[in-house]
Design a protein around this ligand. Structure first.
Ligand SMILES: Cc1cc2nc3c(=O)[nH]c(=O)nc-3n(C[C@H](O)[C@H](O)[C@H](O)COP(=O)(O)OP(=O)(O)OC[C@H]3O[C@@H](n4cnc5c(N)ncnc54)[C@H](O)[C@@H]3O)c2cc1C
Length: 398
Protein backbone atom coordinates (compact mmCIF):
# COMPACT_ATOMS: atom_id res chain seq x y z
CA UNK A 1 0.00 0.00 0.00
CA UNK A 2 1.81 3.18 -1.15
CA UNK A 3 1.56 6.60 0.46
CA UNK A 4 -0.08 9.12 -1.88
CA UNK A 5 1.11 12.76 -1.94
CA UNK A 6 -0.94 15.56 -3.45
CA UNK A 7 1.82 17.96 -4.52
CA UNK A 8 -0.71 20.69 -5.31
CA UNK A 9 -1.78 20.74 -1.65
CA UNK A 10 1.68 20.20 -0.11
CA UNK A 11 3.06 23.49 1.28
CA UNK A 12 6.52 22.09 2.06
CA UNK A 13 6.09 22.75 5.80
CA UNK A 14 8.08 19.58 6.66
CA UNK A 15 5.80 18.50 9.56
CA UNK A 16 5.49 15.02 8.06
CA UNK A 17 9.25 14.62 7.61
CA UNK A 18 9.80 15.31 11.29
CA UNK A 19 7.40 12.60 12.52
CA UNK A 20 8.22 9.79 10.08
CA UNK A 21 9.71 6.98 12.23
CA UNK A 22 11.33 5.35 9.16
CA UNK A 23 13.03 8.40 7.52
CA UNK A 24 10.91 7.65 4.47
CA UNK A 25 10.05 11.28 3.68
CA UNK A 26 12.38 13.95 2.29
CA UNK A 27 11.83 17.47 0.97
CA UNK A 28 12.74 18.39 -2.61
CA UNK A 29 15.57 20.95 -2.59
CA UNK A 30 13.83 22.96 -5.32
CA UNK A 31 10.54 23.78 -3.56
CA UNK A 32 10.51 21.88 -0.24
CA UNK A 33 7.61 19.66 -1.33
CA UNK A 34 7.72 16.18 0.08
CA UNK A 35 8.81 12.90 -1.56
CA UNK A 36 8.46 9.34 -0.26
CA UNK A 37 11.07 6.58 -0.55
CA UNK A 38 10.95 2.76 -0.27
CA UNK A 39 11.42 2.82 3.54
CA UNK A 40 7.75 3.84 3.91
CA UNK A 41 5.68 1.24 5.81
CA UNK A 42 2.38 3.06 5.30
CA UNK A 43 2.13 3.50 9.09
CA UNK A 44 0.09 6.68 8.63
CA UNK A 45 1.93 8.81 11.23
CA UNK A 46 2.56 11.53 8.63
CA UNK A 47 -1.08 11.68 7.55
CA UNK A 48 -2.15 12.68 11.05
CA UNK A 49 0.20 15.67 11.24
CA UNK A 50 -0.21 17.09 7.71
CA UNK A 51 -2.10 20.39 8.25
CA UNK A 52 -3.42 20.53 4.67
CA UNK A 53 -4.48 16.91 4.05
CA UNK A 54 -1.90 16.37 1.32
CA UNK A 55 -1.07 12.81 2.37
CA UNK A 56 -3.30 9.76 2.11
CA UNK A 57 -3.33 5.99 1.73
CA UNK A 58 -5.45 4.24 -0.89
CA UNK A 59 -8.61 2.50 0.32
CA UNK A 60 -7.77 -1.12 1.19
CA UNK A 61 -8.76 -3.57 -1.48
CA UNK A 62 -11.64 -5.63 -0.15
CA UNK A 63 -11.85 -9.31 -1.07
CA UNK A 64 -14.86 -8.34 -3.14
CA UNK A 65 -12.82 -5.82 -5.12
CA UNK A 66 -10.03 -8.34 -5.52
CA UNK A 67 -12.55 -10.90 -6.67
CA UNK A 68 -11.63 -13.19 -3.77
CA UNK A 69 -15.05 -13.31 -2.15
CA UNK A 70 -16.32 -14.79 -5.40
CA UNK A 71 -13.46 -17.22 -6.02
CA UNK A 72 -12.98 -18.50 -2.46
CA UNK A 73 -15.75 -20.63 -1.00
CA UNK A 74 -16.13 -23.12 1.80
CA UNK A 75 -14.87 -23.67 5.32
CA UNK A 76 -12.13 -26.21 5.91
CA UNK A 77 -10.97 -28.04 9.00
CA UNK A 78 -7.58 -29.74 9.17
CA UNK A 79 -8.40 -33.30 10.28
CA UNK A 80 -5.61 -34.01 12.71
CA UNK A 81 -4.86 -37.70 13.22
CA UNK A 82 -2.04 -39.36 15.08
CA UNK A 83 -1.29 -42.94 14.14
CA UNK A 84 -4.68 -43.14 12.44
CA UNK A 85 -6.49 -41.82 15.53
CA UNK A 86 -8.47 -38.65 14.88
CA UNK A 87 -7.87 -36.06 17.59
CA UNK A 88 -10.85 -34.63 19.49
CA UNK A 89 -9.99 -31.09 18.42
CA UNK A 90 -10.89 -32.09 14.86
CA UNK A 91 -14.44 -32.94 15.93
CA UNK A 92 -14.67 -29.77 18.02
CA UNK A 93 -13.70 -27.67 15.00
CA UNK A 94 -16.11 -29.54 12.75
CA UNK A 95 -18.89 -28.69 15.22
CA UNK A 96 -18.07 -24.98 15.37
CA UNK A 97 -17.15 -24.91 11.67
CA UNK A 98 -20.57 -26.34 10.84
CA UNK A 99 -22.31 -23.48 12.65
CA UNK A 100 -20.23 -20.88 10.79
CA UNK A 101 -20.62 -22.61 7.43
CA UNK A 102 -24.39 -22.66 7.79
CA UNK A 103 -24.37 -18.89 8.37
CA UNK A 104 -22.27 -18.43 5.23
CA UNK A 105 -24.25 -20.97 3.22
CA UNK A 106 -21.20 -23.10 2.36
CA UNK A 107 -19.98 -26.66 2.80
CA UNK A 108 -17.64 -27.89 5.53
CA UNK A 109 -14.55 -29.61 4.16
CA UNK A 110 -12.19 -31.78 6.22
CA UNK A 111 -8.63 -32.23 4.99
CA UNK A 112 -7.20 -35.61 5.92
CA UNK A 113 -3.46 -36.04 5.37
CA UNK A 114 -1.70 -39.33 6.17
CA UNK A 115 -1.02 -42.82 4.94
CA UNK A 116 -3.61 -45.61 5.08
CA UNK A 117 -6.04 -43.48 7.03
CA UNK A 118 -9.28 -44.61 5.34
CA UNK A 119 -10.81 -45.50 8.70
CA UNK A 120 -10.81 -41.80 9.60
CA UNK A 121 -13.08 -40.75 6.74
CA UNK A 122 -16.39 -42.08 8.13
CA UNK A 123 -16.08 -40.36 11.54
CA UNK A 124 -15.34 -37.05 9.80
CA UNK A 125 -18.65 -37.25 7.92
CA UNK A 126 -20.46 -38.35 11.09
CA UNK A 127 -19.10 -35.32 12.93
CA UNK A 128 -20.20 -32.80 10.31
CA UNK A 129 -17.87 -32.80 7.27
CA UNK A 130 -19.71 -32.50 3.95
CA UNK A 131 -16.58 -33.19 1.91
CA UNK A 132 -13.42 -35.04 2.95
CA UNK A 133 -10.30 -34.30 0.92
CA UNK A 134 -7.85 -37.19 1.35
CA UNK A 135 -4.15 -37.09 0.52
CA UNK A 136 -2.75 -40.58 1.11
CA UNK A 137 1.02 -40.62 0.74
CA UNK A 138 3.81 -42.61 2.48
CA UNK A 139 5.62 -39.33 3.23
CA UNK A 140 2.63 -38.31 5.35
CA UNK A 141 2.62 -41.49 7.48
CA UNK A 142 4.55 -39.94 10.37
CA UNK A 143 4.00 -36.25 10.91
CA UNK A 144 6.63 -33.78 9.77
CA UNK A 145 5.88 -30.15 9.03
CA UNK A 146 7.22 -29.86 5.49
CA UNK A 147 5.18 -32.46 3.56
CA UNK A 148 2.05 -31.67 5.58
CA UNK A 149 2.39 -27.97 4.72
CA UNK A 150 3.11 -28.79 1.09
CA UNK A 151 0.04 -31.03 0.75
CA UNK A 152 -2.29 -28.60 2.54
CA UNK A 153 -1.00 -25.64 0.50
CA UNK A 154 -1.54 -27.51 -2.76
CA UNK A 155 -5.16 -28.25 -1.83
CA UNK A 156 -5.83 -24.66 -0.78
CA UNK A 157 -4.41 -23.40 -4.07
CA UNK A 158 -6.59 -25.79 -6.02
CA UNK A 159 -9.90 -25.51 -4.14
CA UNK A 160 -9.68 -21.99 -2.63
CA UNK A 161 -11.54 -22.25 0.67
CA UNK A 162 -12.47 -18.96 2.34
CA UNK A 163 -11.76 -20.17 5.89
CA UNK A 164 -9.21 -22.73 7.14
CA UNK A 165 -9.22 -23.89 10.78
CA UNK A 166 -6.69 -26.11 12.56
CA UNK A 167 -6.18 -27.24 16.13
CA UNK A 168 -3.62 -25.25 18.13
CA UNK A 169 -1.82 -28.48 18.96
CA UNK A 170 1.88 -29.22 18.53
CA UNK A 171 1.09 -30.51 15.01
CA UNK A 172 -1.37 -27.79 14.00
CA UNK A 173 0.86 -25.02 15.32
CA UNK A 174 4.00 -26.27 13.63
CA UNK A 175 2.72 -26.68 10.07
CA UNK A 176 -0.17 -24.26 9.60
CA UNK A 177 2.05 -21.16 9.83
CA UNK A 178 3.97 -22.46 6.79
CA UNK A 179 0.66 -22.95 5.00
CA UNK A 180 -0.41 -19.38 5.82
CA UNK A 181 2.81 -18.01 4.36
CA UNK A 182 2.38 -20.13 1.24
CA UNK A 183 -1.20 -18.86 0.87
CA UNK A 184 -0.13 -15.25 1.64
CA UNK A 185 -2.80 -15.28 4.31
CA UNK A 186 -2.85 -14.03 7.89
CA UNK A 187 -3.15 -16.49 10.75
CA UNK A 188 -4.75 -15.88 14.13
CA UNK A 189 -3.39 -18.34 16.68
CA UNK A 190 -5.18 -19.67 19.76
CA UNK A 191 -8.62 -18.22 19.13
CA UNK A 192 -11.02 -18.50 22.03
CA UNK A 193 -14.12 -17.67 19.97
CA UNK A 194 -15.03 -17.64 16.29
CA UNK A 195 -17.97 -16.00 14.53
CA UNK A 196 -18.73 -14.80 11.02
CA UNK A 197 -20.23 -11.64 9.59
CA UNK A 198 -22.44 -12.95 6.76
CA UNK A 199 -22.49 -9.46 5.16
CA UNK A 200 -18.78 -9.26 4.34
CA UNK A 201 -18.02 -12.97 4.97
CA UNK A 202 -15.33 -12.01 7.50
CA UNK A 203 -14.27 -14.49 10.16
CA UNK A 204 -14.32 -12.73 13.54
CA UNK A 205 -11.40 -14.28 15.39
CA UNK A 206 -11.32 -13.53 19.11
CA UNK A 207 -8.19 -14.17 21.14
CA UNK A 208 -6.44 -12.78 24.22
CA UNK A 209 -4.01 -9.96 23.49
CA UNK A 210 -1.60 -7.78 25.49
CA UNK A 211 -0.71 -10.52 27.96
CA UNK A 212 -4.33 -11.65 28.16
CA UNK A 213 -5.59 -8.35 29.53
CA UNK A 214 -7.96 -7.76 26.62
CA UNK A 215 -9.83 -9.98 24.19
CA UNK A 216 -9.14 -8.76 20.65
CA UNK A 217 -11.45 -9.42 17.69
CA UNK A 218 -9.20 -9.92 14.68
CA UNK A 219 -10.48 -9.59 11.11
CA UNK A 220 -8.76 -10.35 7.85
CA UNK A 221 -10.81 -8.30 5.40
CA UNK A 222 -8.42 -8.19 2.47
CA UNK A 223 -7.27 -11.73 1.82
CA UNK A 224 -8.62 -15.23 1.50
CA UNK A 225 -8.38 -17.76 2.99
CA UNK A 226 -8.83 -16.54 6.54
CA UNK A 227 -6.88 -18.85 8.81
CA UNK A 228 -7.11 -19.54 12.53
CA UNK A 229 -6.03 -22.09 15.11
CA UNK A 230 -8.07 -23.04 18.16
CA UNK A 231 -6.88 -24.99 21.16
CA UNK A 232 -8.43 -28.33 22.11
CA UNK A 233 -11.45 -28.08 24.42
CA UNK A 234 -12.32 -24.50 23.51
CA UNK A 235 -15.42 -25.68 21.64
CA UNK A 236 -17.67 -28.56 22.64
CA UNK A 237 -17.57 -31.75 20.64
CA UNK A 238 -20.76 -32.41 18.65
CA UNK A 239 -22.42 -35.80 19.01
CA UNK A 240 -21.78 -37.90 15.88
CA UNK A 241 -24.69 -38.59 13.54
CA UNK A 242 -24.36 -42.30 12.89
CA UNK A 243 -24.44 -43.22 9.21
CA UNK A 244 -24.07 -39.61 7.98
CA UNK A 245 -21.97 -39.54 4.80
CA UNK A 246 -20.67 -37.02 2.31
CA UNK A 247 -18.37 -36.61 -0.67
CA UNK A 248 -14.88 -38.10 -0.60
CA UNK A 249 -12.30 -36.44 -2.85
CA UNK A 250 -8.96 -38.27 -3.28
CA UNK A 251 -6.15 -35.93 -4.21
CA UNK A 252 -2.71 -36.72 -5.64
CA UNK A 253 -0.05 -34.27 -4.51
CA UNK A 254 3.58 -34.24 -5.65
CA UNK A 255 5.73 -33.97 -2.52
CA UNK A 256 9.40 -33.03 -2.46
CA UNK A 257 11.93 -35.36 -0.85
CA UNK A 258 11.64 -34.63 2.87
CA UNK A 259 14.54 -32.94 4.63
CA UNK A 260 13.50 -34.54 7.94
CA UNK A 261 13.22 -38.33 8.35
CA UNK A 262 11.33 -39.71 11.36
CA UNK A 263 13.30 -42.50 13.04
CA UNK A 264 11.12 -43.09 16.08
CA UNK A 265 8.07 -41.53 17.66
CA UNK A 266 7.97 -41.22 21.44
CA UNK A 267 4.88 -40.09 23.31
CA UNK A 268 6.32 -37.64 25.81
CA UNK A 269 2.93 -37.29 27.49
CA UNK A 270 2.30 -40.97 28.14
CA UNK A 271 3.33 -40.85 31.80
CA UNK A 272 1.78 -37.49 32.40
CA UNK A 273 -1.68 -36.76 33.63
CA UNK A 274 -4.09 -35.81 30.87
CA UNK A 275 -5.44 -32.59 32.35
CA UNK A 276 -6.88 -31.43 29.03
CA UNK A 277 -9.06 -34.53 28.67
CA UNK A 278 -10.12 -34.89 32.34
CA UNK A 279 -13.79 -34.79 33.36
CA UNK A 280 -12.97 -33.69 36.93
CA UNK A 281 -10.09 -31.40 37.85
CA UNK A 282 -8.85 -30.25 41.23
CA UNK A 283 -6.54 -27.30 40.61
CA UNK A 284 -4.26 -25.49 43.00
CA UNK A 285 -2.67 -22.05 42.94
CA UNK A 286 -0.27 -19.97 44.97
CA UNK A 287 -2.63 -20.32 47.93
CA UNK A 288 -1.68 -23.99 48.21
CA UNK A 289 1.67 -22.83 49.49
CA UNK A 290 4.13 -25.56 48.45
CA UNK A 291 4.74 -28.93 46.75
CA UNK A 292 3.94 -30.97 49.86
CA UNK A 293 0.55 -29.31 50.23
CA UNK A 294 -0.38 -30.34 46.67
CA UNK A 295 -0.76 -33.86 48.13
CA UNK A 296 -3.91 -32.61 49.79
CA UNK A 297 -5.35 -31.77 46.36
CA UNK A 298 -4.26 -35.20 45.08
CA UNK A 299 -6.26 -36.73 47.95
CA UNK A 300 -9.35 -34.78 46.92
CA UNK A 301 -8.78 -35.84 43.30
CA UNK A 302 -8.58 -39.46 44.39
CA UNK A 303 -11.69 -39.18 46.56
CA UNK A 304 -13.52 -37.90 43.48
CA UNK A 305 -12.71 -41.18 41.75
CA UNK A 306 -9.54 -40.23 39.88
CA UNK A 307 -9.78 -36.55 39.00
CA UNK A 308 -6.76 -34.83 37.43
CA UNK A 309 -4.72 -32.28 39.36
CA UNK A 310 -4.35 -28.92 37.63
CA UNK A 311 -2.42 -25.83 38.61
CA UNK A 312 -2.12 -22.11 38.06
CA UNK A 313 1.04 -20.74 36.52
CA UNK A 314 2.06 -19.29 39.87
CA UNK A 315 2.20 -22.81 41.33
CA UNK A 316 4.09 -24.11 38.27
CA UNK A 317 6.54 -21.21 38.25
CA UNK A 318 7.22 -21.82 41.94
CA UNK A 319 8.28 -25.36 41.00
CA UNK A 320 5.57 -27.02 43.11
CA UNK A 321 4.16 -29.05 40.22
CA UNK A 322 5.18 -29.73 36.61
CA UNK A 323 4.08 -27.55 33.72
CA UNK A 324 2.04 -30.45 32.26
CA UNK A 325 -0.56 -29.56 34.90
CA UNK A 326 -0.80 -25.85 34.07
CA UNK A 327 -4.19 -24.52 33.05
CA UNK A 328 -4.60 -21.21 31.28
CA UNK A 329 -3.40 -19.05 28.45
CA UNK A 330 0.09 -20.55 28.38
CA UNK A 331 -1.05 -23.91 29.73
CA UNK A 332 -3.87 -26.26 28.81
CA UNK A 333 -7.41 -25.30 27.93
CA UNK A 334 -9.79 -27.55 29.84
CA UNK A 335 -13.51 -28.19 29.74
CA UNK A 336 -14.25 -30.67 32.56
CA UNK A 337 -17.62 -31.41 34.11
CA UNK A 338 -16.32 -30.04 37.42
CA UNK A 339 -13.34 -27.72 38.04
CA UNK A 340 -12.40 -27.12 41.67
CA UNK A 341 -10.07 -24.13 42.00
CA UNK A 342 -8.23 -24.08 45.34
CA UNK A 343 -6.25 -21.00 46.30
CA UNK A 344 -6.43 -19.56 42.78
CA UNK A 345 -7.26 -15.86 42.50
CA UNK A 346 -8.78 -16.06 38.99
CA UNK A 347 -6.61 -13.82 36.83
CA UNK A 348 -7.78 -13.57 33.21
CA UNK A 349 -4.85 -15.69 31.97
CA UNK A 350 -6.07 -18.55 34.17
CA UNK A 351 -9.76 -18.03 33.41
CA UNK A 352 -9.37 -18.27 29.62
CA UNK A 353 -8.16 -21.84 30.11
CA UNK A 354 -11.00 -23.08 32.32
CA UNK A 355 -14.06 -20.82 32.14
CA UNK A 356 -15.86 -23.20 29.78
CA UNK A 357 -15.99 -25.88 32.51
CA UNK A 358 -19.54 -27.11 33.16
CA UNK A 359 -19.39 -26.39 36.90
CA UNK A 360 -16.74 -24.28 38.63
CA UNK A 361 -16.24 -24.56 42.38
CA UNK A 362 -13.87 -22.02 43.91
CA UNK A 363 -12.30 -22.22 47.37
CA UNK A 364 -10.57 -19.00 48.36
CA UNK A 365 -10.18 -17.14 51.62
CA UNK A 366 -10.53 -13.76 49.90
CA UNK A 367 -14.25 -13.02 49.31
CA UNK A 368 -13.28 -10.47 46.62
CA UNK A 369 -11.14 -12.90 44.58
CA UNK A 370 -12.12 -12.62 40.87
CA UNK A 371 -12.48 -16.40 40.65
CA UNK A 372 -15.84 -16.01 42.40
CA UNK A 373 -17.14 -14.04 39.39
CA UNK A 374 -16.97 -17.17 37.22
CA UNK A 375 -17.68 -19.75 39.95
CA UNK A 376 -21.00 -21.57 40.11
CA UNK A 377 -20.29 -22.46 43.73
CA UNK A 378 -18.01 -20.25 45.82
CA UNK A 379 -16.62 -21.32 49.18
CA UNK A 380 -15.02 -18.47 51.12
CA UNK A 381 -12.60 -20.15 53.46
CA UNK A 382 -9.21 -21.63 54.12
CA UNK A 383 -8.53 -24.45 51.68
CA UNK A 384 -6.66 -26.34 54.42
CA UNK A 385 -9.92 -26.52 56.34
CA UNK A 386 -12.34 -26.92 53.43
CA UNK A 387 -10.49 -29.53 51.34
CA UNK A 388 -10.00 -32.08 54.18
CA UNK A 389 -13.71 -31.70 55.00
CA UNK A 390 -14.62 -32.43 51.39
CA UNK A 391 -12.31 -35.47 51.30
CA UNK A 392 -13.88 -36.77 54.52
CA UNK A 393 -17.42 -36.28 53.18
CA UNK A 394 -16.64 -37.91 49.82
CA UNK A 395 -14.98 -40.93 51.47
CA UNK A 396 -17.97 -41.31 53.79
CA UNK A 397 -20.32 -41.26 50.83
CA UNK A 398 -18.41 -44.02 48.98
C1 LIG B 1 1.42 -13.76 29.22
C2 LIG B 1 0.95 -14.40 30.48
C3 LIG B 1 0.48 -15.69 30.43
C4 LIG B 1 0.02 -16.32 31.58
N1 LIG B 1 -0.47 -17.58 31.52
C5 LIG B 1 -1.01 -18.14 32.62
C6 LIG B 1 -1.59 -19.44 32.56
O1 LIG B 1 -1.55 -20.12 31.54
N2 LIG B 1 -2.16 -19.92 33.68
C7 LIG B 1 -2.19 -19.22 34.86
O2 LIG B 1 -2.73 -19.74 35.85
N3 LIG B 1 -1.63 -18.01 34.94
C8 LIG B 1 -1.02 -17.46 33.86
N4 LIG B 1 -0.44 -16.24 33.97
C9 LIG B 1 -0.26 -15.65 35.30
C10 LIG B 1 -1.50 -14.96 35.86
O3 LIG B 1 -1.50 -13.60 35.46
C11 LIG B 1 -1.50 -15.00 37.40
O4 LIG B 1 -0.30 -14.45 37.86
C12 LIG B 1 -1.65 -16.39 37.98
O5 LIG B 1 -2.74 -17.06 37.39
C13 LIG B 1 -1.87 -16.28 39.48
O6 LIG B 1 -1.90 -17.56 40.03
P1 LIG B 1 -2.68 -17.82 41.39
O7 LIG B 1 -4.11 -17.46 41.22
O8 LIG B 1 -2.36 -19.20 41.79
O9 LIG B 1 -1.92 -16.86 42.38
P2 LIG B 1 -2.43 -15.48 43.15
O10 LIG B 1 -2.96 -14.56 42.12
O11 LIG B 1 -1.31 -15.10 43.97
O12 LIG B 1 -3.65 -16.01 43.98
C14 LIG B 1 -3.54 -16.83 45.10
C15 LIG B 1 -4.92 -16.91 45.73
O13 LIG B 1 -4.89 -17.85 46.78
C16 LIG B 1 -5.73 -17.38 47.82
N5 LIG B 1 -5.30 -18.05 49.06
C17 LIG B 1 -4.13 -17.92 49.71
N6 LIG B 1 -4.08 -18.77 50.75
C18 LIG B 1 -5.25 -19.44 50.76
C19 LIG B 1 -5.80 -20.45 51.60
N7 LIG B 1 -5.12 -20.95 52.64
N8 LIG B 1 -7.05 -20.90 51.32
C20 LIG B 1 -7.77 -20.41 50.29
N9 LIG B 1 -7.30 -19.45 49.46
C21 LIG B 1 -6.05 -18.98 49.70
C22 LIG B 1 -5.53 -15.88 47.82
O14 LIG B 1 -6.64 -15.23 48.42
C23 LIG B 1 -5.40 -15.60 46.33
O15 LIG B 1 -6.66 -15.25 45.77
C24 LIG B 1 0.04 -15.62 32.82
C25 LIG B 1 0.51 -14.30 32.85
C26 LIG B 1 0.97 -13.71 31.69
C27 LIG B 1 1.45 -12.30 31.77
Amino acid sequence: MALQIDLDLCTGCGACVAVCPFCALTQRPSDGKVEVNEACTACGACIEVCPVGALSLPEPTSPAAAGQSETHRGLWVFAEQRGGQLQDVTFELLGKGGELARELGVEVGAVLLGHQVDACVGPLFEHGADVVYVVDHPALAAYTAEPYAEAMSALIKKHRPEIVLAGATSIGRSFIARVAIEATAGLTADCTELAVDPENRCLIQTRPAFGGNILAAILCPNHRPQMATVRPKVFPQPAPVEGRTGRRVDEQVELKDPVVRVLETVDAMQHEVNVAGAEFIVAGGRGVGGPEQFKLLAELAEALGGAAVGASRAAVDAGWISSFHQVGQTGKTVRPKVYIACGISGQIQHLVGMNSSDTIIAINKDPDAPIFEVADIGIVGDLFVVVPELVKALRKAQ
